[in-house]
Design a protein around this ligand. Structure first.
Ligand code: PNS
Length: 182
């Protein structure tokens, strides 16, 4: 990559934002692939997702990501409130990374990417989901888990431990087949 001066550009640092409630193997795959391309990847947890109240606290979400990414040298974890564009600009991110699982993700992600670029000048790069994770989402994983299904193949080991502990906290005396309250 050469700039107009003829000098090579350093690749930008990336920010990978999300709710991560919880981190899935699909998220982890995107992080690993982004970390192979960009010198530094900051996984940025939104503190108060607009969608709904998270099941996991910020500290839980953060520690699950730190544990699951400890094998990747150039990954860091942070959290932010408010606008992603403002946070990405403040920390000097050069690119926003987003995963795309299915075609329907694209419609929303396209306008979000354009808005973020308009607000901050920072472009979004999309990483297509590995087909084995294209149906895996945090919300489905939670639903399956709290209805008693197996989720070992969809979340990192560290997440599974925390989820088991959370289930015990939520319903200490009831069978795992019960749906969680949210
Ligand atoms: O994992 P999610 O829930 O799909 O992540 C969504 C997230 C956190 C990337 C998105 O909600 C976000 O960017 N929130 C910050 C608020 C913001 O910047 N809104 C304007 C978007 S153009």
């Amino acid at each position: 990559m050469n700039g107009s001066s003829g000098k090579p550009h350093a690749p930008p640092n990336a920010i990978y934002p999300g709710s991560f409630d919880p981190l899935t193997l699909g998220h982890l795959d995107v992080i690993e692939r982004a970390a192979a391309v960009f010198p530094r990847v900051l996984v940025a947890i939104v503190v108060n997702p607009q969608k709904r109240e998270p099941l996991f606290t910020l500290d839980e979400r953060k520690s699950m990501i730190i544990a699951a990414t400890k094998h990747i040298q150039n990954v860091e974890v942070a959290d932010f409130r408010g606008l992603l564009a403002g946070f990405a600009k403040r920390i000097g991110a050069g690119v926003i990374v987003k995963g795309l699982r299915v075609v329907s993700d694209f419609e929303n992600e396209m306008s979000t990417a354009l808005m973020n670029r308009s607000l901050s000048g920072i472009d979004t790069m999309f990483v297509p989901s590995d087909p084995q994770y294209s149906f895996v989402s945090s919300s489905l994983v939670k639903e399956v888990f709290f209805l008693g299904g197996e989720i070992d193949q969809y979340v990192p080991e560290a997440v599974l431990h925390v989820m088991r502990a959370k289930r015990a906290t939520l319903r200490p005396t009831e069978p795992s087949e019960e749906k969680h309250p949210s």
